[in-house]
Each structure stands twice: as structure tokens, then as C-alpha cells.
Design a protein around this ligand. Structure first.
Ligand code: BF8
Length: 675
């Protein structure tokens, strides 16, 4: 007995199998390295701790102190009437719907609060309260002003003249900020949607009033004893999700473009191999580009580079993790060091002199990992601190933006000399082209001659491009890192579906070499390959960070406007996907795509499986309201084919399915024809 006990104690701790944990070789190498050094990562914790089987089904209610009430679905499913209820009588549908829309509230608040911070910095710039930020892209400013009811011209003695840019910026700033909390009216950007979609929202009563109100109302409605009708709960979830996609996120994207420049395609690299052993490595991680833009600017100053050299480094290598990475990638070509699941691994290289974090998707375990190395972990945002005592907090103030950025960079440079002997940077890195957007798609596929989405539509109608997919979202340690992302995307492009990507899917595609024009010849079906080759674009277009999913909404709107493919987003041969989702933001994004008419498939699982009636509502009935609906498929090949089947269904409805049946002829066929 005593021996048995001893044997139990001596049992080795459960650790992740690096090959099973990730498809990415750089990550596999670093997981092995972490295990050699005795540093625990998320991959190990995922093996040690199983997710809660009831929470995963979405039917645990902890909204009052009589619970938590747990309503697990019986193993054989429900036969007859579903009489499961919580102490108050809440049904599985009510509980799952409440939990689901609270996730929407979490996600919408994260995107929208990010947008608000940008809007405040934008207002500081418009008021000229800061030297660090300026209106960089006046074209974009003039483009968005009319949607905010801001005039761009003025009548002087009967003559129409251009209005002063500073004046426009100031008015745009004030009106934009009011979108979060104005006392009456409706979200102004809702009218940017195709008219048919806006009318649908109007009819179903889901046009958002202001951004904050829709989120607050979710918290009210899901309080104990308020809204107890899953359809009515989802109506509010829809209104908040639209306020995110067409409001908070879209304003974040637009105002960032005006402040920092609208992205255009540029070349960069991706993966942990972008870090350099002989440079000071600063990794920025999080979401708001307000700080990282300043870090980029200061790190290029000659005196700062000289300072780095004076400490024995050859220079400064900036890189990014998560959506901050996408922000500085799309505007400056700064390479991403990795996706969400690689954040700990960047420190485990031993070469990360500072990791600078702001908000969202940041592991608290970074502090524990940083403790094992020389890395300075610096939090910068007043709403996002960490309890561990090795974490430095340098609060970033937009009024002293350059000074704050310089302080952080000098700290990283000073830390270069404190590196241990344990540096090991994986060699893997991949070339990529990123920085696409509504404007550059128009340029590349429309050209200066046509200047609209006509060419894209034409190629969809003639069947070279079968359809459009938005593949986006996170990694999740409950599934093999990047496997579903890459399998779904490869299967889509193989079947001539052009992919628009954002977030961690975008970084994953970069790492897998799918963001280069050359990849078209290797991975695409003949139609898409031909288009990519002709216009010189990759088959997967990287559109930026998660707030930039709003670019996908606007690109879809442009496709509708260009004509020939129906009147609404739901008419398009298009589908959405988040193969490895994990965050509440993903649920909000998924739902604003559904509410905008997009068939949206998630991988892994959905927190609705414990309430089959509610699940059917969002995955079947919802289509009647908005033209889009949810679906779920964990197998990435089946997942991609569900999207393709939907695309084909839409092609048939549009009467363009025959075009796809064209036969590619070889020379013998042609000669036979001529004969
Ligand atoms: O907002 S994709 S893991 S980084 S939540 Fe987070 Fe998901 Fe990555 Fe960006 Ni989006």
C-alpha cells in the first residue's frame, strides 16, 4: 500500500505532446524547450485540466445566489417534454440564451471600448492636444464624414468650397464619440449596410440605439428574473452584436485608418523566427494600436538605435502577438512573432527583452513565464494590470505618448544585457503579404480603370471565383494549434473560394505560407489560381485585426453595390468561419455576421448544445430573420464543405451555378472543337 502511494507520488506530471499540441514546427520546438526548462505553458495546462462538461453545453446558470443551477442534457438526449429547470424555473433555453448574449456583451464591449479609446485619442489629435498623433489619412476622413452626417463642403457666397480638414476632423470626433452614448436616434453607421439589410433590421427592431446602451441592456435583461424568452433575449443579443460590428469595431477601424493610415499591401514575415538573437527584442501584444504605433515610431529614431548599439545589440527588432501584431503589420510591415497560443513561447526563446501588453487575449501566466527569464513584462493600460510582483506597470497616456513609448523602449534596451545563456529562437519564419482592405481589393481587382468591385463580381459570376469566405478568429488550446485554421483555408482555396482573413487566423495563414501570390499556384483550384496570377494577389487576403472584421462587412457591401449578385449580403455566395474560436469577442463577431446575412460556421463546439431548441433557433430559424445563421462543425474538411455547399446554394439561387460547370479544355479539345 505504502509502495503504491510512493509510486503515485513519483508519477511524472502530465505534459503536452508537442506534435499533438501544434502543427507549427517553431511552436513544437518551443514547447519541447519549455518542458526541458521546467516552464509550464498553456499546452501543458490543457492536458492537465479538462473543461467543465456542463459549462461547455451552455446550461450552467450562475446569475443568482440560489445557484449555480446546472441542467446537463441527459446522455440519450431529451425524449418527450424537456422539463429541466433551475430553482427559479429558468429553462435550458433561457439559461443558454442568457449565457450566449452575455458572451456577446463581453465581446461587443471589448471591441467597442477599444474603439472608444481610439475615438478619444482621435479627438485629442483633432483638438491638437498632442504632437504624437495627427490626422494622417485625410481621404479616409473625407470618406467616412458623410456617414456621420458631417459635411465635407461649405457654401461660400453661393460657391461650394472644400471645408477645412481640421474642422471636419473635430466634428467627426465629437459625433463619433457620441455614438457610444447619445440619448436618442440610432447608430449612424447602420445605414452603411446594404439598404435591404438595414430595412430587415428596422423591421425586426434591432437597429442599435447607441453602442453602450445595447451592452448595458444585455446585462439588465439577463439579470435574475427579467427576460425569460430565448427569442427576445437573442433579439437584444443581435442588436448589441450589430452595435459591435457596424459600430464600435467599424469606428475603431476607420478612426485608426484616419490616424495611422489606411493599410495597403506590403511584404513582411511571420513566426517566432522573426526574433533576432543579436537585437533587442520587443514584443508588443494586445489590441490597441494607439501605443504600438508610438513604439514603432520611437524604435526607428537614430538616437534610440544608437542607444541599443551602445548596450551591445545590433539594433531593435520589434514583433507582435495577437491583434496588435496585425495592426502594426498592416501599416508598417512589423512581423508577427505568433498567434494567441504562442505568447508564452515568445518569452521562452529567452530573447524577449520586453513584452509590452495592453488589453485582451493576454495570459496572466505570462508573468510566471517571464519570471523564469530576464523578460520585462510591462502592462500599459489602466484597465489591464496583473497581480504578480514581477510585472511592471507603465501607464500609457496619449498626451505623453512619445515619452511613454521611449521610456518602455529604453527599459527593454537596458534589459538586453541581462539575458541568460538560455537563448533559443526557432529558425522558422515565412514571407507574407498583408495589409489588404476594402480600398486595396478595389484597386487590385478593379484597377484604376474600373475603380470598383466589378472585376471581382465578374469573376464570381463567371465561376472562376466560386465564392468568398471570411475565415477569422482565435486559437484554442483544446484543439491542435492552427490545424483547423489551415485545413479549412486550404480546402476553401482548393475549391476556388477566395478567403478574407483577420485576427489569429490571419497570422496562422501567414505562418503557413498562404499569404503570398505564389501560394495560389500551389494550393488553389484552377479558377482562383488564374485570377490570383493575373492580378498578382494571394488567394488569402489578410485584412488586419479582429476589429477589422468590419472591413469584411464593408467589402461584402461593396460586392452587393457592384451588382449582379443580389441586393443583400445574404444573397452573396459567401460564408464565414471561426475554426478555432475561444473568446467572447468571437461570439459577438459570429453573431454580427449572422445578423448581417452570413452563414457562419464555428469549429470545436458551441455553448448551446445543452439547449437543443435554442440551438435550432440560432442555427435554423434565425435565417428567416436576417438571412444568416449559425452552424457548427469540428472536422475542418467537413467544415469547409458546409461553407462550399452554402456558396453553391447561393450560386444556384442567383442563377450562376451553370458558369461553374465550364470544362477546362486542353489543346486536343480545342482542335476537336475547331474541326
Ligand atoms: O481579437 S483572434 S485570440 S487576438 S480574440 Fe484574441 Fe481571438 Fe486572436 Fe485579437 Ni480576436
Amino acid at each position: 500500500m505504502a509502495e503504491q502511494k510512493k509510486a503515485k507520488i513519483a508519477k511524472a506530471p502530465k505534459m503536452a505532446d508537442p506534435i499533438a499540441a501544434s502543427i507549427d514546427e517553431a511552436s513544437q520546438e518551443m514547447i519541447v524547450r519549455a518542458q526541458q526548462l521546467g516552464v509550464e505553458t498553456v499546452f501543458d495546462r490543457a492536458v492537465k485540466m479538462k473543461p467543465c462538461n456542463i459549462g461547455i453545453q451552455g446550461i450552467c446558470c450562475k446569475n443568482c445566489a440560489m445557484g449555480p443551477c446546472r441542467l446537463p442534457l441527459p446522455k440519450g438526449g431529451i425524449e418527450g417534454e424537456d422539463d429541466r429547470k433551475g430553482l427559479c424555473g429558468a429553462t435550458a433555453n433561457t439559461i443558454a440564451a442568457r449565457n450566449f448574449i452575455r458572451m456577446i456583451a463581453g465581446g461587443a464591449s471589448a471591441h467597442s471600448d477599444h474603439g472608444r479609446s481610439v475615438a478619444e485619442v482621435f479627438r485629442s489629435a483633432a483638438r491638437k492636444e498632442t504632437d504624437a498623433y495627427k490626422i494622417k489619412d485625410t481621404n479616409k476622413l473625407l470618406q467616412i464624414a458623410p456617414y456621420l452626417n458631417v459635411a465635407t463642403t461649405v457654401d461660400v457666397d453661393g460657391e461650394v468650397k472644400d471645408r477645412d480638414i481640421d474642422e471636419i476632423a473635430l466634428e467627426v470626433a465629437e459625433i463619433a464619440i457620441a455614438e457610444w452614448g447619445k440619448p436618442e436616434g440610432e447608430l449612424l453607421y447602420a445605414k452603411r449596410a446594404p439598404e435591404a439589410l438595414y430595412e430587415k433590421w428596422k423591421k425586426t427592431g434591432v437597429v442599435p440605439r447607441n453602442i453602450d446602451r445595447e451592452i448595458v441592456e444585455i446585462m439588465h435583461r439577463t439579470h435574475m428574473g427579467v427576460d425569460q424568452d430565448y427569442k427576445n433575449l437573442m433579439k437584444q443579443g443581435t442588436r448589441a452584436a450589430i452595435a459591435d460590428g457596424w459600430g464600435g469595431s467599424m469606428l475603431a477601424t476607420d478612426l485608426q485608418d484616419v490616424l495611422f493610415g489606411t493599410p495597403y499591401p506590403l511584404q513582411s514575415e511571420s513566426n517566432l523566427g522573426v526574433m533576432k538573437e543579436d537585437h533587442v527584442n520587443i514584443v508588443v501584444h494586445g489590441h490597441e494600436p494607439v501605443l504600438s504605433e508610438m513604439i514603432v515610431a520611437v524604435s526607428q529614431k537614430p538616437e534610440i538605435i544608437e542607444y541599443a548599439k551602445s548596450k551591445g545589440a545590433k539594433g531593435i527588432q520589434l514583433s507582435g502577438i495577437c491583434c496588435t501584431a496585425n495592426e502594426i503589420l498592416q501599416r508598417h510591415g512589423v512581423p508577427p512573432a505568433g498567434t494567441y497560443l504562442q505568447q508564452e513561447l515568445a518569452i521562452i526563446t529567452g530573447a524577449c527583452d520586453a513584452m509590452v501588453v495592453d488589453i485582451q487575449c493576454i495570459f496572466q501566466n505570462l508573468a510566471n513565464v517571464a519570471k523564469c527569464f530576464h523578460t520585462k513584462l510591462i502592462t500599459t493600460h489602466p484597465i489591464a494590470k496583473m497581480e504578480q510582483d514581477n510585472v511592471l506597470h507603465i501607464e500609457f497616456d496619449e498626451h505623453y505618448a512619445l515619452e511613454d513609448a521611449e521610456k518602455i523602449i529604453r527599459l527593454a534596451i537596458d534589459n538586453f544585457q541581462n539575458r541568460g545563456a538560455e537563448v533559443m529562437i526557432p529558425k522558422h519564419k515565412t514571407t507574407q503579404i498583408a495589409g489588404f482592405g476594402v480600398e486595396s481589393i478595389q484597386y487590385h481587382l478593379g484597377g484604376t480603370f474600373r475603380g470598383d468591385y466589378y472585376t471581382l463580381n465578374d469573376n464570381i459570376i463567371n465561376g472562376r471565383i466560386r465564392g468568398i469566405a471570411g475565415v477569422v478568429g482565435c486559437n484554442n488550446a483544446r484543439t491542435r494549434h492552427n490545424e483547423a485554421h489551415i485545413t479549412v483555408v486550404k480546402e476553401l482555396i482548393k475549391n476556388d473560394v477566395i478567403v478574407l482573413t483577420t485576427g489569429c487566423n490571419g497570422i496562422a495563414c501567414g505562418m503557413a505560407g498562404l499569404l503570398t501570390p505564389e501560394s495560389a499556384a500551389v494550393y488553389c483550384g484552377p479558377g482562383l489560381a488564374e485570377v490570383c496570377e493575373t492580378v498578382g494577389i494571394p488567394p488569402v487576403l489578410s485584412l488586419g485585426s479582429c476589429v477589422d472584421n468590419s472591413r469584411i462587412l464593408l467589402a461584402a457591401t461593396e460586392v452587393v453595390k457592384a451588382g449582379g449578385l443580389g441586393n443583400d449580403i445574404c444573397d452573396l455566395p459567401a460564408a464565414g468561419s471561426a475554426p478555432e474560436w475561444m473568446s467572447e469577442k468571437a461570439i459577438s463577431i459570429g453573431h454580427y455576421f449572422v445578423a448581417s446575412g452570413v452563414y457562419t460556421v464555428f469549429g470545436l463546439h458551441l455553448p448551446t448544445s445543452g439547449a437543443p431548441v435554442f440551438h435550432d433557433y440560432i442555427s435554423k430559424e434565425m435565417e428567416k430573420l436576417y438571412g444568416g445563421k449559425w452552424d457548427l462543425e469540428a472536422d475542418p474538411i467537413k467544415h469547409a464543405h458546409m461553407m462550399i455547399a452554402h456558396i453553391d446554394k447561393k450560386r444556384k439561387e442567383l442563377g450562376i451555378d451553370k458558369a461553374r460547370e465550364r470544362v477546362l479544355m486542353d489543346m486536343a479539345d480545342r482542335q476537336a472543337l475547331e474541326a
